[in-house]
Design a protein around this ligand. Sequence first.
Ligand code: ATP
Ligand code: MN
Length: 465
Amino acid sequence: MHPLKRTPIKDLLHAKEFNIEVNVKGWVRTKRGNKSLAFINLNDGSIIHGIQVVAELANFDENIIKLITTGSCISVTGTLVQSQGQGQAVEIQAKNIEVYGTADAEVYPLQKKGHTLEFLREIAHLRPRTNTFGAVLRIRHAMSYAIHKYFNDNGFYNIHSPIITGSDAEGAGAMFRVTTLDAMNPPKTKEGGIDYAEDFFGKETNLTVSGQLEAELAALALTKVYTFGPTFRAENSNTARHLAEFWMIEPEVAFNDLNDNMDLAEDFLKYLINYALTHCMDDLEFLEKMYENELLSRLRFVVNENFERLHYTQAVEILKECGHPFEFPVDWGADLQSEHERYLVEKHFKRPVILTHYPKQIKAFYMKQSEDGKTVKAMDVLFPGIGEIIGGSQREEDHDKLLTRIREMGIHEKDVWWYLETRKYGTCPHAGFGLGFERLILFVTGMGNIRDVIPFPRTPKNAEF
Ligand code: ATP
Ligand code: MN
C-alpha cells in the first residue's frame, strides 16, 4: 500500500466528505487532554485555522505522545470526521502519528502565546509560525498576486528594472554602494580618491532607489508598463513607516496626464483593498480581533468613497487656518510632514486625499512643470494611519524644459543622457507613480509598524536574519 498523500488543512476544514482516510502534516500549536485522549491543534499555514487531531492514548506508544509538544512537527494519518466537540466542524481521529521534529518545551521560544511584536522581531526566523505572521504573510502574497492580476487584466506589461544601477540621479534618498573593490586597500586615482574605473562595472554603482526612469523608457515603447521590485534607501530614519529595503510598484503610462494618473491610482488601490476583502477574510477577521477593531470598516470605507483631490496650496491654507498645534510649522514651499498629511486625511476630510501641484523645489527634476511656473504636476496619495502611500507625477516630456531643470538642480547631464534622449526621439506626455508595497500591507493588515509586514525587515543596525 502506498502512503496517503498529504491534504492541506484548508481543504480539510472545507471538506464535504467524511469518514475517509486522510493525511495531514504540520506544526503543533497546542496539545491538551485527559486520561484517555489527547487533543492536538495542528496548523500547516494553508489557512489561519488549525485542525483538531484526536488521539486515543491506548492506541499509541506513550513515548510518541510525549514528543508531541507545542512547536513540534508531525504527520498524522487518520479518519476525517464531523466533530462532536464545540469550536470546530471537523476533526481527525488519529490512527498513526509520525514525529518529524521535536521542539523542547523548556526552550522553544514560542511555547507560550501572547508575545509582543517587539519580541517576535528578535526571533524573525520563527515568527512565521505565529497566527499574526501567518495572516500577514498570506495577505502579502494575495496583494502581490492581485497587483500582477490587475495590471495584466488592464493591458500593462511587467518590466524588470535593474537592481544595480549606475545612475544616482533619482534623488530619492541616500544609496547603498555596490562594489567589489577591497575596502581596506582600494585603488586610488592620481588625486587620491577611490578609482572606480577599477571597480567591477568600471564606474560607481549602487542599489536602485526606484525603477521609474527605466519604466519610462519602456512606457515610451509599450505604452502601459509597470515594475514591481525591491528598492533600497540608506535613509537613517528609524520610523514605523520606513525600511532600508522595501518593495515598490511603479506603473508608467504613455499618453496619461495627471488626471489619468490620479484615476489609475484610485482605481488600483480600491481594486487591491477589495481583493483583500474578497479573498483574505479569515486573516482580516483575525487581525481585526487582535489589533484594530475597525479594520474591516476602514477597508470598506476606502473602497466605497471617493478620494478627495486638491492642490498643495489649498492644503497649506487649510493647515494654517485649522488651529491644530503641529510640531512642525506649515509654510508654502516646505514639504508636508506626516502629522500634516494625517491631519488632512484623518481630521479634516476623513477620507483618502490626493494632493497635487506641489512647489517644484521640493520635488524631483522629472516632474512636469505647471503653467504657473512655481508648481509641478506631482501627486501624493495620503491614507489614514499611514500618510503617504503613493508618490507620482506627470513627467516633463519637453526636452529643453527638462534639460534646464536638470542643470538648475545640479544633476550631471552625462549621468542622464539616455533619459534625455527619450525626449529627443518620439517624446510624448506620460505619467506614473510609485506605491510602497509595505505601506499598502500596513494599511490592509492594520499593523502599526512596517517591520511587521515584511518577512525580514532591513532597518538601520538590523540585518540579522
Ligand atoms: P516618504 O516621504 O514617506 O519618506 P518618499 O516621498 O521618499 O516617502 P517616494 O520616493 O515618493 O517616497 O516613493 C514612493 C513610495 O514608496 C512612497 O509613497 C511610499 O509608499 C514608499 N516608500 C518610500 N520610502 C520608503 C521607505 N523607506 N520604506 C518603505 N516605503 C517607502
Ligand atoms: Mn513621495
